[in-house]
Design a protein around this ligand. Structure first.
Ligand code: SF4
Length: 557
């Protein structure tokens, strides 16, 4: 197939159509014009459209947007609501307590509540208007290296029209080699290409582990008269129920326009209980009396799931290699205590653009020429923000009350706390054996009643994410040793993939007569959240990119 592979050459290629890449591409075009440089810039995105795979809270701190597009409101930036008041609630099983102060990192008044999907779609149009060649429906499948085997020279996009048996079908289209002098990787959390580069060029060597949280989010259509009609607070965060002291995370409710609300629960993947079911926890959260009061009378109109990278400053990889830079979530650019990463991701893309323009002025694209990007990050407000929360996730991941000791110390010492570089385990190592956690796994969750309107089951949730995959293609979820799943993993953890996957992709089938077990996969349900790739306790699952254009088709989350 290689001899028919087409090659296209650009000056700069952005991989991924999220806020980091798009802000980077827009800033690059503006800077290049200002400097009189004529650059050919391309951006590829695996989703069917720009925004199809974008899902976030999302409260946008507009600091980077103001730098990028100062007249963003007049330019039609899709803002759902401005934050008029923050609220912070602690939930117990049946009650809620409004905390009299909001932690300083979460002061969002004046920021914007957005749909990330709509926002990046708007940024995509802005990039196209400036001359960026935007290609949705193209997934980077492989990193291309020069003859020295270390210089990144572009990416190969995935083939299309391959059958389940890996053989080309009648409509086969070979992937394209997109070559570029500089490639910017902004794939988002757990990027497949970033992981491949990491193995080859060891960009995470000496760094703290990248750690993750998974968020499940819905947009709910509310009645015309609803909780927000009389509430000053339209940016609400919660702590506590349904998560206990040993599982960190929290909930959020953001008012959106047209009487809608974004509701979500984020769970740290450092949790220990193998019976924890992320989706069931989300539904329990929604059933809490306080949350129920906000969403009463509503109807779920969209649902999705995604992981976020919360390791923070000490887990930022080496940001530059020969011919390549890393931006956004995949490069750990998220302010964890503020629960915000869109503005920091955008700024990282913009600083990458500044480094690229310098490199083009000197016509050198090796690591030394691009490395001013790392210094630009260090000198920017991104560093300041991330450095302040450098031990935050590591503290909240501690079990029991000791986390509050760490958090208090960090609050008083500008983030340093009791121990700088507070240790944390990688998420896949934290599950405890079932027999050490509970004696009766069957009693974990009461059977939930779903009404199909305000409370929808997992499969309806997948339907509401508009997820689609072409059925006749190789399975993009690689279970390296299926025997390990039904033997050792079942015995030790009862196959936690059947519970941490919010898309019901993994099912354990047990033959009534023989007792034989089989792990059944439903890859077409996959929401591309990457939780399985991160949390599987044996590292037995690898998420790979399916045919480009497949996956969720988010429009408003
Ligand atoms: Fe997420 Fe993996 Fe399930 Fe897909 S299969 S929805 S990536 S956990």
């Amino acid at each position: 197939m290689d001899n028919v592979r087409e090659q296209i050459e650009f000056d700069v290629l952005f991989v991924g159509g999220g806020p980091a890449s798009l802000a980077g591409a827009i800033h690059l075009m503006k800077l290049a014009k200002h400097r009189g440089l004529d650059l050919e810039v391309a951006l590829i995105e695996k989703g069917a459209n720009i925004g199809s795979h974008a899902l976030s809270g999302a409260v946008l701190n507009p600091i980077a947007l103001k730098e990028l597009i100062p007249d963003y409101r007049e330019a039609g930036c899709p803002i759902e609501k401005d934050v008029r008041g923050d609220e912070f609630h602690f939930l117990t099983g049946t009650r809620h307590y409004k905390v009299p102060f909001v932690p300083k990192y979460m002061h969002n008044k004046g920021f914007h509540i957005i749909s990330l999907s709509k926002f990046v779609s708007w940024l995509g149009k802005a990039a196209e208007d400036l001359g960026v060649n935007v290609f949705p429906g193209f997934a980077g499948k492989e990193v291309l290296y020069g003859q020295d085997e270390t210089t990144v020279i572009g990416v190969r996009t995935g083939d299309k029209g391959v059958g389940k048996d890996n053989a080309p079908k009648a409509n086969f289209e070979a992937g394209i080699d997109i070559l570029a002098k500089v490639t910017v990787f902004g794939e988002g959390p757990r990027g497949s290409l970033l992981q491949a580069i990491s193995k080859k060029l060891r960009i995470f060597e000496g760094k703290m582990p990248q750690v993750f949280e998974t968020g499940i989010k819905e947009v709910i259509q509310l009645p015309q008269t609803n909780y927000f009609s009389n509430s000053q607070g339209n940016d609400i965060h919660t702590l506590g129920y349904p998560l206990g002291l040993n599982t960190h995370g929290g909930g959020f409710l953001y008012e959106m326009k047209d009487n809608r609300v974004g509701v979500g629960l984020i769970v740290g993947l450092s949790y220990q209980d193998p019976m924890l079911d992320l989706y069931e926890e989300f539904i329990r959260f929604k059933r809490h009396p306080f949350i129920s009061k906000v969403i009463t009378g509503g109807q779920v109109i969209e649902q999705g799931a995604r992981t976020i990278v919360t390791g923070g400053y000490y887990s930022i990889p080496k940001l530059v290699v020969d011919g390549g830079l890393f931006v956004g979530g995949s490069a750990s650019m998220l302010n964890a205590p503020a629960l915000k990463g869109i503005h920091t991701s955008m700024k990282s893309g913009m600083l990458a653009a500044e480094a690229i323009v310098e490199a083009f002025s000197k016509e050198g694209f090796a690591q030394e020429a691009l490395s001013c990007y790392e210094q630009l990050i260090e000198d920017s407000w991104v560093k300041k923000e991330l450095y302040g929360g450098r031990n935050f996730t590591q503290a909240v991941s501690k079990k029991g009350l000791v986390k509050f000791l760490h958090l208090g110390a960090q609050y008083l010492t500008g983030g340093r706390g009791i121990s700088d570089r507070l240790p944390i385990e990688e998420d896949y190592k934290t599950l405890r054996r079932l027999k050490d956690v509970r004696t009766d796994p069957a009693s974990v969750y009461e059977k939930q009643a779903y009404d199909g309107t305000l409370f929808v089951d997992k499969l309806t949730g997948v339907y509401l994410s508009k997820t689609q995959h072409r059925e006749d293609q190789p399975c993009h979820l690689i279970v390296h040793d299926p025997g390990l799943c039904v033997n050792e993993c079942f015995e030790t953890y009862q196959c936690p993939c059947t519970r941490f996957c919010p898309g019901n992709v993994y099912e354990l089938e047990i033959d009534d007569k023989t007792g034989e077990k089989r792990l059944k996969l439903n890859p077409s349900n996959c929401l591309h959240c990457k939780t399985c790739d991160i949390k599987d306790p044996y590292g037995n699952i690898t998420w790979s990119c399916p045919e480009a254009g497949d996956g969720p088709r988010y429009a408003v989350v």
